[in-house]
Ligand binder design. Sequence first.
Ligand code: AMP
Length: 116
Amino acid sequence: MAMMVHNLFLKIINKEIPAKIAHEDDLCLAFHDINPQAPVHVLIIPKKVIRTHADLTPDDAAVMGHIHLVAVQLAKDLGLSAGYRLVLNCDEQAGQTVPHLHLHLLGGRDLGWPPG
Ligand code: AMP
């Protein structure tokens, strides 16, 4: 089972540790995954600290919609016209390792189903 480590994504938001940034605006940040699982593997995160998907409240509806719209734009910008997959791991049993909600945008190869 994956271990949740400290919130290093907050350090990326605060530019305390570097990342290859693909998009930034007031509500969210998108950056390339350090250990890519596909030719394109970008993480899209709200700047607001939300530990995991199960913690979402009605106040988070706008930012969650927003990160999906950013995913659509990034998929276009990064050439994923053949398709892409969005993954959001919630808590340990699903493999979440960083306690800051993040959407994985994956594409550029055939993606198997079911996932591991
Ligand atoms: P998850 O397993 O869903 O919590 O996803 C966490 C993701 O963060 C993994 O795909 C990691 O490869 C990625 N990751 C960890 N550290 C960094 C980092 N410093 N920069 C970019 N991506 C990272």
